[in-house]
Design a protein around this ligand. Structure first.
Ligand code: A4P
Ligand code: MG
Length: 309
């Protein structure tokens, strides 16, 4: 097998959080009497969300509240008059996507059963589907077992081939002293920036597939490894899921993570506003970082500085 042959499994199917028939009175329509008197509009919202983590731990903050969707529907339909139910559907869809990056796709159906049509009819409606923009995510790479240069080179090829994902940039490679109580070899560490439409948990599934292709075994916590791929951040999403904590719970105190990320984005901040450029100055392991080998695909200088790629 080569790294470009990894047959990634299809991403786990997203769940649907559905709200049906939210009734709101609004003054919308092409005719003046509609703008004066208005109609009752009925709106359905169907949000595609990865609910596995929320469902396992009963954690609403890792899902999306249908109450938020209902409030958005009420807000949009109560606003100033527009001519078309297409416009209402578009505004509702955009606000639902802005409200939570966990909603990867939304379907909005606006019904106007009292539309001014002379013939008898059951319903008039518009249904639209909109997808969320891809999310920026940082992945940290580490290796200190086997042919680490080959594992890092291959991992980058594989990361670029993950489903629904684009590799945006890779850092330089650093050689780093191990941060561990376990006696082991020095590490090679790097980071990459991706844009992905995968949910955080779908993304972690794909990262595990790449680790498995590197024959990663987990015998010892913080022990030597052929390839470690940690998800450092997924947009500004915060999660205390023990299977996927975001941002990564130890990233803020590790120079071997922060320095490569800063190579790609010197302005990067944690969701709570702490700047990586400040944190790295206090990281206990900062003296253990050295320039690493040149590896295909990785930068040779910080991004944006002279001589980068
Ligand atoms: N997990 C939770 N959050 C995340 C996340 N944001 N990204 C869970 C990835 N995984 C996350 O991970 C253990 C569990 O953490 C998984 O079940 C996952 O669902 P693992 O990769 O199986 O094991 P690990 O890497 O040994 O544990 P851990 O706690 O992730 O270790 P770290 O923090 O990655 O540290 N020194 C140097 N110089 N360079 C290194 O790269 N790496 C480590 C490992 C220690 N010392 C090092 C380095
Ligand atoms: Mg790890």
């Amino acid at each position: 097998m080569t790294w470009s042959d990894i047959a990634f499994a299809a991403p786990a199917v997203l769940s649907h959080i559905v709200l049906k028939g939210v009734r709101v009175h609004g003054k919308h329509g092409v005719f003046d009497h509609e703008k004066a008197e208005g109609h009752d509009f009925f709106v359905d919202v169907d949000m595609s969300v990865d609910t596995r983590s929320a469902g396992r731990d009963d954690a609403l903050e890792r899902s999306v509240s249908y109450a938020d969707a209902a409030a958005i529907v009420e807000e949009v339909v109560s606003e100033e008059s527009v001519n078309l139910i297409e416009t209402l559907a578009e505004r509702i869809a955009m606000r639902v996507l802005e409200n939570s990056s966990l909603v990867r796709e939304v379907s909005v159906c606006v019904h106007k059963p009292s539309a001014p049509i002379p013939q008898p009819f059951a319903d008039a409606r518009v249904r639209i589907i909109r997808r969320a923009e891809p999310v920026r995510a940082f992945v940290a790479l580490g290796s200190n077992l086997g042919d680490s240069e080959d594992f890092l080179a291959g991992a980058l090829v594989a990361l670029a081939r993950m489903p629904e994902t684009r590799l945006v940039a890779a850092s330089r490679v650093f050689e780093t002293d191990p941060v561990s109580d376990v006696d082991q070899d020095v590490y090679l560490n790097a980071a990459c920036l991706i844009e992905t439409s995968l949910s955080p948990w779908q993304l972690l599934d794909s990262l595990h597939e790449i680790e498995n292709a590197a024959r990663r075994t987990r015998t010892l916590r913080w022990g030597p490894r052929t390839l470690d791929l940690d998800l450092i951040s997924w947009g500004d999403f915060v999660s205390d899921d023990e299977h996927l904590t975001l941002p990564h719970p130890r990233a803020h105190e590790r120079a071997f993570v922060l320095a490569p990320v800063l190579d790609i984005d010197p302005t990067w901040c944690l969701p709570d506003g702490r700047q990586a450029s400040e944190l790295v100055k206090r990281a206990p392991d900062r003296a253990g970082l050295r320039p690493g080998p040149r590896i295909a695909g990785y930068a040779t200088a910080p991004r944006g500085s002279e001589g980068t790629r």
